[in-house]
Design a protein around this ligand. Structure first.
Ligand SMILES: [Zn+2]
Length: 267
């Protein structure tokens, strides 16, 4: 059976002598691995269309094991990302995060629309750091993990007054009173860790930025790019929280994370 879907190519591998195996994020069917027959032949009409980040309308034949791409009407190739080393590293990282949280063939149009918006923002915005931290939180949120930075995950109070902590295990901010009230003989770190898992102290600046980056937005497909700046200490604090939280949630370290970290830590 043939179906048609808007889709974006996430990854590709050589297959046999002349073909490609592409991982495609389709709006209609979710993540699909599909063979692109003849994609490596010099005169094939499908040549070049399996490049990562190629966005278009794909015609796909549903096979018994693997699907097969039969035609592509290209809309965009995101040249502003593909031709920029740093943005491409970020894009590959977001692709790895996306494919780690979304099972194959699980339809998720909201995540598809959000991911396309993210690619547009990554292409257009000068500061990829803001786009990527916002994209991580959005992808996690749409996949069912929703870290809260506005209210304490334990007592529900607004997180304003320092000290505020982030609990990896509870996936959100904790107010100082809840942390110091952790049942214990004293408020010793060991007892708090037993109650809340590993805690990371969050400064007011980082908390405010995280709250903006993770703000609930209706209609994820129509969100606009984040328009904030963050510098120095706030950036490194947020890097630390997001790296630890993502490793915790996925229970693994993303392969592309070290490359991202090397760019972020040198600036
Ligand atoms: Zn609390």
């Amino acid at each position: 059976m043939l179906y048609q879907s808007e889709a974006v190519v996430l990854d590709q591998d050589d297959l046999g002598e002349n073909d490609k195996l592409a991982t495609i994020f389709t709006r209609q069917e979710g993540l699909v691995r599909a063979v692109v027959k003849g994609a490596r032949r010099p005169r094939s009409k499908l040549r070049g269309l399996t490049q990562p980040l190629t966005h278009g309308v794909f015609q796909i034949y549903r096979g018994r094991n693997l699907d097969r791409v039969t035609q592509v009407a290209v809309k965009n190739g995101f040249p502003g990302i593909v031709e920029n080393y740093e943005k491409m590293i970020y894009a590959r990282y977001l692709v790895e995060l996306l494919t780690s949280v979304l099972p194959e063939k699980e339809r998720h149009p909201a995540l598809f629309d959000f991911f396309l918006t993210v690619l547009g923002c990554l292409q257009d915005k000068h500061d990829p750091w803001v786009v990527v931290r916002w994209a991580e939180l959005g992808i996690l949120k749409l996949a069912g993990f929703a870290p809260s930075f506005s209210q304490c995950v334990e007592c529900g109070s607004q997180l304003q007054e320092p000290p505020v902590y982030f609990s990896l295990r509870d996936g959100g901010g904790l107010c100082g009173s809840c942390v110091s009230a952790a049942p214990a003989t004293s408020a010793s770190p060991e007892n708090q860790i037993r109650t809340y898992g590993e805690l990371i102290r969050v400064s007011p600046g980082a908390l405010r930025t995280l709250e903006i980056l993770s703000a609930p937005v209706t209609g994820w497909g129509h969100v606009s790019c984040p328009n904030i700046t963050a510098r120095g200490q706030v950036r490194s604090e947020i890097n630390r929280i997001s790296r630890k939280y993502i490793s915790f949630v996925l229970d693994k370290r993303l392969k592309s994370a070290s490359l991202v970290e090397s760019i972020e830590d040198e600036t």
